[in-house]
Design a protein around this ligand. Structure first.
Ligand code: GAL
Length: 670
C-alpha cells in the first residue's frame, strides 16, 4: 500500500457545481485518498426505502478522475429524522431513562434490532453499488462508536447475554456475591443495568455487574459492526478492506474484541491540549497498532485546530507536519485530515479545514501539501515496514474499568498510571508495543504489566515469559481481582506470587507522598549478587503497597517514614530466576523522577536499546524497516548520528543534521 494522504470530504454539503473546485485543489494538495459518506444517510436514503446513491457515484467518479482513491463510511453514525421519528425505539436512552433527541449524531441504540435492520440495509445498498468499484479501496463501518443505551431492549439483551455467560443464576449470584446488600437474583429479569445517576441514588452498583455491563456493550458493538461487515463482505471484492475509526484510549468498550473482525484498525487523533507531546500523543498510535498487531490508518486528524476543546488553538507552523510524521513513524499507513472544507452551517463551523467555505486554501494547506511531497519521496522506502519493539506494555479494558469503578484514591487514573511507564520509554526513544493483557509475549526483552484482573491464561503467559528469560515489571494493584471483578482470596499478585517472589501484605491510598529509599549495594544484597542499582531516592504517591519478599528475592527499595505500617517495608522487589528472567514488583506509584530513573535502569538491565542513542531531548526517533524517522519538537536542535546518513526528505548526506523547530528527517545509513 502506498503511504496515503487524505481528507474527509462531504460533497453532500455543497451543490454539485462546487465539487470540481474541491477535487482540483485536492489534487494540487497531493491528496491520494478521500473518505466520504460517513454521515450522509439522509442524503442516501431521504425517505424510508427510497435510496439515492447517484450523487455519491458521481462524487466517487470525480474524485477518481483526479487521482483520488475513495473510502466509504457506511453512514450509520447519523440516523435520519424520518427513521427516529417513525421508530423511536431506535433512539438511545440515557441512564435516567430519557431517549435521545434528534439533531446531533450517534443518537442510536446500538442494541436495537430495528436499528440494525436499517443499518444493514443501507450498508448493503452501498456495498452493492460500490463493492466492485475499483475506485473504492475500502470501507469504514459507522464512525467512532461511542453511545451506550440504557433502553428496555438493552436491558433484556444484557440479561440474555448474562444467562449465556453464567448458565445459571446460582453461578451468577455466587460469582458476584449478590447476597451482599441482599442483591440475590431469583429471576434473570431482575438484573438491572448499572446506573450511577439519579436512578442509582448515588449508590454504586455491584462491581461485577458494572464490569459485565461494559463487556456486554463491547458485545453489542461487535454485533452492530458484524451486521454491516457481513453484507459488505458478501457484496464487495476481496481487495476492499474494512476498518473502523476508533478514538485512541476511549474506554467505552473493549477495542481488542471489536477490532477482531476488521482488516486493520484506524483511529482519530486530535490535540485538544494544544501541542504535540511525543511522550503522550504517540501512545495512541502504539495502542492502535496493538489492536491488530499491525499498521493502522490515522483516519482523522486536525488541520490546525478543533472546535471542541476549551481553547481551540491552532498548531504551530510545521507542527501539523511533525504530527503526521509522528503517526507514520509509529505505524500509520495513511494520514487523513478532518475535514476538507467547512460546511456553511451545522455544529462544526469553526473546525479547522484545508480550504475555507469560499473554496480557497487556508494557510495550513501548503503545509499539508508538503506532507504529500514527503510521502511521495519516502513511500517506497516505508512500504511493507512496521515498528519493531523490544518492550511490550500491557493494557486491558477490564483493568481500566475495574480500577475506575473503585479508584480508592481519586487520583488513581489507570490511564495516567500506564502513561507513567510510557513517557520514560518514549523520552528514551525506546519503541514499545501496547498490547492486550492476553497477548503472546515471544520476542520481547521487557514486558511491563499491572494485570489488576488476572486469570490463569494471563498468568501462565507472564510466567512463561519470565521462565524463558524475559524481564517482567509488575506494577501496583496487580493480581487483585478475578475475571468477575471479585477479589482473589490470595494476597496480590495472587497467581503471580511465585514468579514475582513477593506478595502484598497491605495496600494504602496515600494522603501525602511517602519517601522511598533505594537500597544500596551493601544492604539487601544476597551473597554473590551484582551491586544494587544506583537510583535516586524518591517518593511514592497516590498508592503504596507493603511488599513481603519471598526467599531470595531482593529488596530494591524501602519506604521511609510513613504511616507507621509502611515504614521500612519493601517498596520494590526483584526476583532473579535461573532462566536469566527477572520479575520486578513495583509496589508504589513512583514520582516522575524516580520512575524515569527506574525505567532507564530496568531497560538497560534487560538489554533494551533505544532506536538511536544520544539524541538531544525533544527529538523523537522511531524506526520502520531501514528508515529512521527523526521528528523535532518546538526548539531547533542538531543531531549527530552514529553513522553517515542520507536524509530522504532533504536529499542531504551527513553525520550531523540540523533540525528546525518541528523539523523532520527520514534517514537511512549512507
Ligand atoms: C471526530 C469525528 C469527526 C469530527 C471531528 C472533529 O471525533 O469523528 O466527525 O467531528 O471529531 O474534531
Amino acid at each position: 500500500m502506498p503511504l496515503h494522504l487524505g481528507a474527509a470530504w462531504y460533497p453532500e454539503h455543497w451543490p454539485e457545481s462546487r465539487w470540481p473546485e474541491d477535487v482540483k485543489l485536492m489534487r494540487d494538495a497531493g491528496l491520494t485518498v478521500v473518505r466520504v459518506a460517513e454521515f450522509a444517510w439522509s442524503s442516501l436514503e431521504p425517505r424510508e426505502g427510497a435510496f439515492n446513491l447517484g450523487w455519491l457515484e458521481r462524487a466517487v467518479a470525480l474524485a477518481a478522475d483526479h487521482g483520488l482513491a475513495v473510502v466509504i463510511g457506511t453512514s450509520t453514525a447519523a440516523p435520519p429524522a424520518w427513521l427516529t421519528q417513525s421508530y423511536p425505539d431506535t433512539l438511545a436512552v440515557n441512564e435516567d431513562g430519557r431517549p435521545a433527541v434528534h439533531g446531533a449524531r450517534c443518537h442510536y441504540d446500538v442494541t436495537s434490532e430495528r436499528y440494525l435492520y436499517f443499518c444493514r440495509r443501507v450498508a448493503e445498498k452501498l456495498a452493492i453499488c460500490f463493492g466492485h468499484d475499483a475506485r473504492v479501496i475500502g470501507w469504514q463501518i459507522d464512525n467512532e462508536y461511542n453511545t451506550v443505551s440504557y433502553s428496555e431492549g438493552a436491558r433484556r439483551a444484557f440479561q440474555e447475554w448474562l444467562r449465556r455467560q453464567y448458565g445459571s443464576l446460582d453461578a451468577l449470584n455466587g460469582a458476584w456475591t449478590t447476597v451482599y446488600w441482599s442483591q440475590t437474583y431469583t429471576d434473570w429479569s431482575q438484573i438491572p443495568l448499572p446506573v450511577q445517576g439519579a436512578h442509582g441514588f448515588g449508590q454504586p452498583h455491584n462491581p461485577a455487574l458494572r464490569l459485565k455491563w461494559r463487556q456486554f456493550v463491547t458485545e453489542a458493538y461487535r454485533r452492530f459492526q458484524h451486521n454491516q461487515i457481513e453484507v459488505i463482505r458478501a457484496n464487495a471484492m476481496p481487495s476492499q478492506w474494512i476498518t473502523h475509526n476508533f478514538m485512541g484510549f476511549f474506554d467505552g468498550f473493549d477495542h481488542y474484541l471489536v477490532s477482531e473482525e476488521l482488516d486493520f484498525a484506524s483511529w482519530d487523533q486530535y490535540y485538544p491540549a494544544g501541542h504535540l507531546d511525543f511522550g503522550r500523543d504517540s501512545a495512541g498510535h502504539d495502542l492502535t497498532r496493538g489492536f491488530k498487531r499491525r499498521n493502522f490508518w490515522l483516519m482523522e486528524t486536525q488541520p490546525g485546530n478543533v472546535n471542541w476543546a476549551s481553547v481551540n488553538g491552532a498548531q504551530d507552523r510545521g507542527e501539523t507536519r511533525a504530527a503526521a510524521w509522528n503517526a507514520v513513524a509509529h505505524g500509520a499507513e495513511a494520514v487523513l485530515y478532518w475535514q476538507w472544507r467547512n460546511a456553511l452551517n451545522g455544529q462544526e463551523q469553526y473546525h479547522g479545514s484545508l480550504i475555507a467555505p469560499d473554496g480557497a486554501p487556508r494557510p495550513i494547506f501548503d503545509e499539508i501539501k508538503r506532507i504529500g511531497e514527503d510521502f511521495r519521496r519516502v513511500g517506497a522506502l516505508l512500504d511493507g515496514t512496521t515498528v519493531e519493539a523490544q518492550v511490550a506494555l500491557l493494557h486491558s479494558y477490564d483493568d481500566r474499568w475495574a480500577l475506575d469503578f473503585q479508584r480508592h484514591h481519586a487520583d488513581f487514573d489507570p490511564l495516567l498510571y500506564l502513561g507513567s511507564f510510557y513517557r520514560p520509554l518514549s523520552n528514551r526513544n525506546i519503541a514499545v508495543d501496547i498490547l492486550p493483557a492476553r497477548a503472546t509475549l515471544d520476542g520481547y526483552k521487557l514486558v511491563i504489566a499491572a494485570p489488576h484482573i488476572l486469570d490463569e491464561a494471563i498468568a501462565v503467559e507472564l510466567i512463561r515469559f519470565v521462565e524463558r528469560g524475559g524481564h517482567l515489571v509488575l506494577g501496583v494493584r496487580s493480581g487483585m481481582k478475578t475475571p468477575d471483578n471479585a477479589l482473589w482470596p490470595q494476597r496480590q499478585p495472587a497467581l503471580l506470587q511465585a514468579i514475582a517472589g513477593a506478595h502484598v501484605e497491605e495496600y494504602y491510598a496515600l494522603h501525602e507522598p511517602v519517601p522511598i529509599h533505594v537500597a544500596t549495594s551493601r544492604s539487601h544484597k544476597p551473597r554473590g549478587a551484582q551491586p544494587a542499582p544506583i537510583l535516586p531516592d524518591g517518593r511514592a504517591r497516590i498508592w503504596a503497597e507493603w511488599l513481603v519478599p519471598h526467599d531470595d528475592a531482593r529488596v530494591l527499595a524501602t519506604y521511609g517514614r510513613a504511616n507507621g505500617y509502611l515504614d521500612g517495608q519493601a517498596a520494590i522487589t526483584l526476583k532473579q530466576h535461573a532462566s536469566g528472567g527477572r520479575a520486578y514488583y513495583l509496589g508504589a506509584w513512583l514520582d516522575d523522577a524516580l520512575q524515569d530513573a527506574l525505567i532507564g535502569w530496568v531497560t538497560a538491565q534487560a538489554g533494551v536499546e533505544p532506536v538511536l542513542p544520544n539524541l538531544p531531548a525533544g527529538v523523537h526517533a522511531m524506526k520502520r524497516g531501514d528508515a529512521y524517522i527523526l521528528i523535532n519538537a518546538a526548539e531547533a536542535k542538531s543531531v549527530t548520528l552514529p553513522w553517515r546518513a542520507h536524509d530522504h526528505l532533504s536529499g542531504k548526506t551527513a553525520k550531523r543534521f540540523a533540525l528546525a523547530p518541528w523539523g523532520v528527517a527520514v534517514v537511512t545509513q549512507a
